[in-house]
Design a protein. Structure first.
Length: 99
């Protein structure tokens, strides 16, 4: 078993709006089994670019949550900010090494 990172890209000039939405989603996600935490990152060179990185115990924990009924409701506040310019706005990574 290895941890999973899910990265979801967002784009907006509405910094206050995305930060408020992130706080709402994070409060919901804090109670999800297997979710180890998350961060909202803002681009240094592109300040309208944001990435939400969530940490998961393993792929099974993530897919169980994603398949559940609460998935869409709990992430709804952030959905309007998703960045679809490059096609799929998210990526899933398995941790292969950490130091």
């Amino acid at each position: 078993m290895s941890e999973i990172r899910v990265l979801i890209r967002h784009a907006t000039e509405d910094t206050a709006g995305i930060e408020a939405a992130y706080r709402l989603v994070s409060e919901e996600m804090a109670m999800v089994p297997g979710q180890l935490g998350n961060e909202l990152l803002r681009g240094v060179h592109e300040p309208t670019g944001f990435v939400v990185v969530s940490r998961w115990r393993d792929m099974a924990a993530f897919t169980d949550w994603e398949a559940g009924a609460e998935h869409r409701d709990s992430t709804a506040p952030l959905r309007r900010y998703r960045d679809h310019r490059d096609g799929r706005p998210f990526e899933i990574f398995r941790v292969s090494a950490a130091y």
